[in-house]
Write a protein that binds this ligand. Structure first.
Ligand code: GLN
Length: 327
């Protein structure tokens, strides 16, 4: 069978199974099986496909036809320009969550500049030499890995000597393992890209950048204070999980989705507890669903946060909330 025929057959199998992106997914999986890029595939489209490749392709198409997410089949997803390994133990990074990562990166950089310039406006930590970020409900680690590495690159390019410490925590041991791998993967990538690598540091850390991975039910195993805390907690109303696409409801971890009876279980706990883990002038940033904007904002104000602000995603929905904690 030619590549073109195999692809055509795959498209009809996926369409039959009700997969909306049948054409795109068929091509993705074909590229994955052949190891070709788009141009390479185009050149080969009318050549015979080796039988083994055809079998492997059929196998992947079969998996996709059961609504297993493409990313679990391929094994990764891009987020903020980085590649993240994904397994069924972690939520697949969403593009919407880039709003959270971008904002966290922006706030972190602004705060680092304040520390660096020694602005007397605020007290940003004990000795002001280490900038500390905490991400809870970390899952694949997409938020802390992208935010920490981006911040590190940015401040190093400006010769700002502040050290960065990032803690990524999740209640799931399996998720923490995935997050660790994702850090290693992207750190290695960064180091191999760098011409002048500062070779001090240990296996997982380079000079001025330290990552910790912790198994923790929210803050239970967290120590110390942080300048920025981020979270994309489970926030789906429990009863509504079944109504989501089967890709989500049948394949993604329930643990990462289920926000309890009203979807707000985790915000109640996080908002209350976060204040004990923030430095004065620290910030809490969380992702949520549009419908949760008001109650979460009220909760944050009540807990003592100021400058509580909601940010919208590309679809115009309220997606991220932030607040400043004066201490
Ligand atoms: N936004 C995710 C979804 O659409 C939910 C993520 C979460 O609960 N943290 O499924």
């Amino acid at each position: 069978m030619r590549y073109s025929e195999a692809k055509k057959r795959a498209i009809s199998v996926l369409m039959e199974a009700g997969i909306e992106e049948a054409e795109v997914d068929s091509e993705y999986l074909l590229l994955n099986v052949t190891g070709l890029d788009k141009a390479g595939l185009l050149m080969k489209l009318f050549e015979e496909m080796p039988e083994e490749e055809e079998k492997a392709y059929d196998e992947l198409i079969k998996r996709r036809s059961t609504h297993e997410p493409l990313q679990y089949i391929i094994g990764n997803q891009n987020f903020m320009g980085y590649t993240f390994l994904v397994t069924p133990d972690v939520l697949i990074p969403r593009f919407d969550t880039e709003i959270l990562a971008e904002l966290a990166g922006k706030r972190a950089y602004e705060a680092v500049l304040k520390i660096f310039k020694g602005s007397g406006e605020c007290d940003l930590g004990i000795d002001n030499t280490e900038f500390r970020i905490l991400d809870i409900c970390t899952g694949s680690g997409c938020v802390p890995v992208s935010v920490g590495l981006d911040l590190y690159k940015k401040i190093r390019s400006k010769n700002i000597p502040t050290a960065i410490s990032v803690t990524a925590a999740d209640i799931s041991e399996a998720a923490v393992e995935v997050a660790k791998k994702n850090y290693k993967l992207n750190l290695d990538e960064y180091m191999s890209d760098m011409s002048a690598f500062e070779s001090t540091g240990t296996e997982n850390n380079i000079s001025g950048l330290e990552y910790r991975f912790v198994i923790s039910d929210l803050f239970n195993n967290i120590e110390g204070k942080y300048h920025i805390i981020t979270a994309n907690p489970p926030y789906i109303v429990q009863k509504e999980i079944e109504d989501l696409m089967p890709e989500i409801s049948e394949h993604e971890p329930r643990l990462a989705l289920d926000g309890g009876a009203d979807g707000m279980d985790f915000y109640r706990r996080i908002v209350k507890e976060a204040v004990d883990y923030l430095y004065p002038d620290g910030r809490l940033l969380m992702e949520f669903d549009d419908s949760q904007a008001e109650p979460v904002a009220d909760m944050m104000k009540e807990a003592g946060f100021t400058e509580v602000e909601v940010h919208r995603d590309l679809a115009g929905l309220r997606r991220v909330i932030e607040g400043r904690f004066l201490g």
